[in-house]
Design a binder for this molecule. Structure first.
Ligand SMILES: Cc1cc2nc3c(=O)[nH]c(=O)nc-3n(C[C@H](O)[C@H](O)[C@H](O)COP(=O)(O)O)c2cc1C
Length: 194
């Protein structure tokens, strides 16, 4: 069932003017809320952008990706900086012990910027994409944007940074799925062999 849905998924960059009902938006957000996270920390905020002029400004911040203007709404996935008391630097040290000394010497400003649970926001994002698809709403992920400009525009507090944007809406025109590598090219069992 889920794989059938996933086979229909494709990035859409041309959305119709039809509005996505607010109950459907809530359904999509709920799918994100139900995501797992390390230590159940839920290190995220979901910014829902419906205002057309704000969407236009965001498309400029995404290095003029004009197609974004056609989206009915955007979800800006924001990741929090992991607090030190919740193991922020400790987690980085444990994952990459060989870099422990380098990480400890990083300027605080730089460390906070990379010490984001950014990878984790991919999980609620993926849930949202799938829940949307179930309702006939298509999407595209966006990572190509100026983080600081978007942070300022959305008035995000210091400890939150936008990690990805999802553009949602009903598709316009024909849908085109892309081909994916076959399983035997991407799966290995036990240890990797060339
Ligand atoms: C993390 C991530 C970031 C992406 N950023 C952009 C982006 O900034 N602009 C864009 O047009 N597409 C973006 N894409 C969409 C990819 O180009 C698209 O997923 C890929 O070409 C595969 O096509 P499909 O989604 O139709 O399978 C992004 C996708 C992912 C997963």
């Amino acid at each position: 069932m889920i794989n059938e849905l996933l086979k229909k998924r494709c990035s859409v960059r041309n959305f119709s003017t039809e509005k996505v009902p607010s109950e459907t938006i809530d359904y999509i957000l709920e799918a994100g809320r139900l995501s797992p996270s390390g230590g159940n920390e839920q290190p995220w905020k979901f910014g829902v952008i419906k205002d057309k002029s704000l969407i236009k400004t965001i498309s400029k911040i995404c290095y003029n990706q004009k197609w974004i203007e056609s989206a009915d709404f955007l979800v800006v996935l924001c990741a929090t900086i992991v607090d030190e008391e919740k193991g922020g630097m400790f987690i980085q040290h444990s994952r990459c012990p060989e870099l422990k000394e380098t990480i400890s010497k990083l300027p605080k400003e730089l460390y906070s910027k990379i010490n984001l649970e950014e990878h984790q926001t991919k999980i609620p994002g993926s849930h949202m994409v799938l829940a949307a698809l179930e309702k006939g709403v298509y999407s595209t992920w966006i990572s190509y944007f100026n983080v600081e400009e978007l942070k300022t525009l959305l008035n995000l507090p210091d400890n939150f940074y936008p990690s990805e944007i999802l553009a949602f809406g009903y598709p316009q025109g024909t849908l085109k799925t892309t081909s994916k590598k076959p399983l035997d090219e991407i799966v290995f069992y036990d240890s990797y062999s060339l």
